[in-house]
Design a protein around this ligand. Structure first.
Ligand SMILES: [Zn+2]
Length: 692
């Protein structure tokens, strides 16, 4: 007796018990061998009772599908578009392929589907594989050289341990951020990678996440490997170093650990698409057309809450089940509504896929013909994360489908890495192109949160915003000429015309709002001599003519600020302001510090930390002194005006703590510089940020 026939009968029996749908089965049956998909329609079969009993004793598929598992995976012939749209919302459509629909359903969804009378095939759950998953536990993974092949899947404990080990081994490059718990209390983690980890920088914020469908773990491994690759190659590989220096990279390898570790923490065998409540998290986000059928899950709430605090510019979420890239929107076909940056999307998506094709064997990532599709042209879904981020958060997110097989053999994982990692890096790099800059108040230089809208191009849902504490904005754009409008409720809007952008080009346009602020962008050649940063502006700059430009210079270790040179005139102050005119040249000059001053004492400050920063009322400055010092600790705003005194006087060697509680109450939101000066012997500066 074929097992598949047994499955059929048992499912039939189960549906007879609650009643209602048995008449919908048009019974046809055929014998199959091996672990073939089973047809839901069976003519007749004579089954010895002993065999039924035996099957029930072991892992009965009925239990599997409808009692133990709250989701069923099945396929059916592609119905009429209207019918698909109708039932599609009740199911979780995984993909359309060869005129078949592959879908998951919970019990209610499946019952709704059965009422259509469409013939179907139950498929084995993709999480139930019959090969060795090469699961690596905590100890095995600790002993593994991670520069070596990543041909394994980690246990849950090994995964969590590995994330925190990244932080231990690379404390200067990564922080692990816990954004909340799953239904079952597992952790949702991000690795935040930056040379200043834990601090917001005025650079594009970028996010990769994977495995929001728990049974699609290729992105899980690729994300972990990407974290390691970035950390391991920083400082030696110039491309990686540049990326990490210029982008804040956030990576969450597993957004649905309850689904991945469905049966238990020691294996991904039996992984499910849905979370612990059997809800498809990629149909669970707010949607502009049709709200999700299921209640918002804690995993979704955690992601929305976390990403509300960070102005992500670009992101992607990784899946398996097919091999393609899918760009917005999911909620509409491209003839109904296109993303305002449709051209940019096509350009960036083909960059991704063409690079993959160059490094992979023929046939890989060729879903929908050439591996690129507008989401809704493939099939319309509501509640996807992609549309949430694009429509509500002005973040450009696409869906990356890495493998036809949901869970491939672990020995294939290094191949998927080899095909994709260059494209993954290229996509991060795209966040650094387009138009970007700072928006600030013309008088005070304080950063502003303003809307950047491109008339005739953007739709209302696609404007981007400059964000505090720095007032920086980042707007990827396809090559062309654009008008940019900057809007803030307290100021008159400014519109600059004729801003030309090329692909792989970065235009920095800084905009002052307020009285006397100009509207025409003019280039300023901003240079620096020696070592230092010009804060917040750096490199070739466009400012609006007539606006006030506010510059601040910060010296790196072993260098000292000497002067600004603006159109041939020297200014010794570290902060300068001037009215922008065309052709202006501005240069910051740093000189090497006196070697005696650097060497003695070698580490005059054994500790200089400011936590938390952005500040709270409990922020604290900790100074470690090698010897007794006469200290002056002062805070200035970006214009060089004193904003508060923290300490003046003598302190003995050792650690000293200064609470910033009073200062916190006095400061307006913005960026400040905290300076520690030791009686003319040395001077150290830290950026201090207060959020609104
Ligand atoms: Zn998926």
């Amino acid at each position: 007796m074929q097992r598949s026939l047994l499955y059929g009968l048992l499912i039939l029996m189960l549906f007879l018990i609650p009643g209602g749908h048995s008449s919908l089965f048009s019974l046809t049956g055929e014998a199959r061998s091996g672990p073939q998909p089973f047809s839901g329609n069976v003519h007749s079969a004579i089954i010895p009772l002993t065999e039924i009993a035996e099957t029930l004793h072991t892992t009965s598929p009925v239990d599997d599908y409808f009692i133990i598992r709250g989701e069923v995976f099945f396929s059916f012939p592609l119905p009429e578009p209207d019918l698909l749209k109708d039932i599609g919302h009740r199911l979780s459509v995984d993909r359309l392929e060869n005129d078949s629909v592959y879908a998951y359903a919970d019990r209610q969804g499946f019952e709704a589907f059965l009422s259509t009378g469409i013939p179907y095939q139950i498929l084995p759950p993709p999480g139930k594989v019959d090969f060795d998953l090469n699961m690596k536990g905590l100890e095995a993974l600790r002993g593994k050289d991670l520069s070596d092949s990543w041909d394994f899947y980690p246990t849950y404990e090994a995964y969590i341990d590995l994330m925190y080990r990244f932080e231990e081994e690379y404390p200067d490059l990564v922080r692990i951020v816990d954004i909340g718990e799953t239904v079952m209390g597992r952790q949702l983690l991000f690795a935040a990678i930056s040379p200043d980890p834990g601090q917001r920088r005025p650079v594009p914020q970028f996010m990769y996440t994977a495995t929001m469908h728990g049974d699609e773990p290729v992105g899980f491994i690729l994300s972990l490997r990407l974290i390691h690759y970035l950390l391991d190659n920083y400082g030696t590989d110039p491309e990686v170093t540049w990326l990490v220096d210029n982008v804040d990279i956030w990576i969450s390898p597993n957004e649905n650990p309850d689904g991945t570790y469905r049966d238990d923490n020691s294996s991904i065998l039996g992984a499910s698409r849905g979370n612990a409540n059997w809800v498809d998290l990629n149909r669970n986000y707010p949607n502009p057309v049709n709200d999700p059928a299921a209640e918002q899950q804690v995993e979704t709430t955690a992601m929305i809450g976390f990403t509300d605090t960070i102005p992500f510019v670009m992101s992607a979420n990784m899946h398996t089940g097919i091999e393609l890239v899918n760009f917005p929107y999911d909620s509409w076909r491209s003839h109904q509504r296109r993303h305002p940056d449709h051209d940019w999307w096509e350009f960036v998506m083909y960059e991704y896929v063409d690079t993959v094709h160059h490094y992979s064997p023929a046939g890989y990532m060729t879903g929908m013909g050439d591996g690129v599709t507008h989401g809704g042209d493939w099939y319309v879904v509501y509640g996807s994360r992609q549309d949430y981020f694009n429509y509500y958060r002005s973040c450009r997110e696409f869906t990356l489908e890495l493998s036809d097989r949901k869970i491939p053999e672990p020995e294939l994982l290094p191949d998927f890495w080899g095909y994709n990692y260059r494209s993954l890096l290229n996509y991060i790099r795209q966040a650094t192109f387009g138009v970007q800059g700072f928006v600030y108040d013309n008088e005070t230089g304080q950063p502003l949160e303003a809307e950047l809208f491109i008339p005739g191009h953007d739709s209302t849902s696609m404007a981007v915003w400059s964000s505090l504490p720095f007032g920086d904005y980042h707007r990827p754009l396809y090559a062309g000429e654009y008008s940019l409008r900057f809007d803030h409720p307290d100021y008159e809007a400014i519109e600059t015309e004729g801003v030309e952008v090329g692909n792989y080009e970065r235009i920095r346009l800084n905009v002052a709002l307020g009285e006397d602020a100009g509207t025409r962008p003019v280039a300023l050649d901003v240079q620096k001599d020696g070592e230092g940063v010009i804060f917040p502006f750096e490199g070739l700059q466009y400012f609006t003519e007539g606006s006030n430009a506010h510059f601040s210079a910060l010296a790196d270790e072993a260098w000292e600020f000497e002067k600004w040179v603006v159109d041939g005139t020297d200014y010794p102050e570290e902060q300068v302001s001037f009215i922008v005119t065309e052709g202006m040249e501005i240069r910051a000059v740093f000189k090497e510090s006196d070697p005696v001053f650097v060497q003695e004492p070698e580490q005059p400050l054994t500790r200089f930390s400011l936590q938390p920063n952005p500040m709270s009322s409990s922020s604290e400055l900790v100074l470690g002194l090698a010897e007794q010092e006469t200290l002056s600790i002062v805070v200035h705003d970006m214009m060089g005006k004193p904003a508060g005194h923290i300490f003046d006087g003598v302190k003995p060697p050792g650690e000293h703590r200064f609470l910033l509680t009073n200062l916190y109450g006095d400061l307006r939101p913005g960026v400040y510089l905290l300076t520690v000066e030791a009686d003319g012997k040395y001077r150290r500066v830290k950026r201090l940020v207060k959020l609104p």
